[in-house]
Design a protein around this ligand. Structure first.
Ligand code: HPA
Length: 280
């Protein structure tokens, strides 16, 4: 299924009918991290079901609403829960919200996700700032920018060499250091899921240069960059990817949600510090 500009504009009109606020910063909250939106002040909440075309998340740990409010003096539009490709949505559907944010006037997109640590130095509860990504579904034909390009939304062949904004990354490093938040900077490998990786896949992804692995973010970032938005993304490391076949450990969604409890306060501090200092 592909959308036209008219489909996007219908969704934009519904959101505009609920609030006059003009946020310039978008926030996408990943598995177990939705609590971050609860701290927005003077919040207006819009259930995804009220917005035509908006994909609903069917996954436990993702509530489905937009929260528009203020944090550190900046107006934010937060997506509390996201839909994933593995839920059966197309890449165009899972990235629909990013197009809507663009048409609402959002200029900077900050994304979070839960991810498995590939780098053996990463501990559960650590944060990884995305320096770059590898888009495995995109490499096998699941790129959200495929299909007819609407030049009014972005170019046919967008460059991806400065995908994660370097000034915002510098600011994130500074805030992490000031607050003693354990943060690494590395490469996120996006997979389709929903099955977690086999140990052989974990070893392969590590050789390919991945530091963390997950099932979201990369396609959203492609659409954001296509539209000329600045992007900044964080992985919350919720588990260490298992690389030996006879390990007793089993990666599961419960540990992913559990680690969110340590990660929400850390990501909240990072986010507050970044918002306080960033220029729009
Ligand atoms: N693999 C893929 N996605 C994930 C993981 C993982 O280990 N943890 C959280 N999301």
């Amino acid at each position: 299924m592909s959308y036209t500009r008219a489909d996007y504009e219908q969704a934009v009109a519904v959101i505009r009918s609920r609030t006059d606020a003009q946020p310039l910063i978008g926030l996408v909250l990943g598995s177990g991290l939705g609590g971050l939106a609860d701290i927005l002040e003077d919040a207006v909440k819009i259930p995804y079901g009220d917005i035509p075309g908006w994909p609903q998340s069917t996954v436990h740990g993702h509530s489905g609403q937009l929260v528009i409010g203020r944090l550190e003096g900046k107006l934010i539009l937060a997506q509390q829960g996201r839909a994933h490709f593995y839920e059966g949505y197309t890449m165009q559907q899972v990235t629909f919200p990013v197009r809507i944010m663009h048409l609402l006037g959002i200029q900077t997109l900050i994304l979070t996700n839960a991810a498995g640590g590939l780098n053996p130095a990463y501990q559960v509860g650590d944060v990884m700032l995305l320096q770059d990504h590898i888009n495995l579904p995109g490499m096998v034909g699941h790129n959200p920018l495929m299909g007819r390009n609407d030049d009014s939304l972005g170019p046919r062949f967008p460059g991806m060499t400065q995908t994660y904004d370097s000034a915002l990354r510098r600011l994130a490093r500074q805030v992490a250091a000031e607050n003693a938040i354990p943060m690494h900077e590395g490469v996120y490998i996006g997979l389709s899921g929903p099955a977690f990786e086999t140990p052989a896949e974990v070893r392969m992804l590590r050789i390919w240069g991945g530091n963390a692995v997950g099932m979201s973010t990369v396609h959203e970032v492609l659409v954001a960059r296509h539209a000329g938005m600045r992007a900044l993304a964080f992985s919350g490391i919720t588990n260490q990817a298992i690389d030996t076949p006879d390990s007793d450990g089993i990666t599961n969604h419960e540990e992913v949600l559990e680690a969110g409890k340590i990660l929400v306060p850390r990501l909240t501090t990072l986010l507050r510090g970044i918002l306080r200092t960033m220029t729009l």
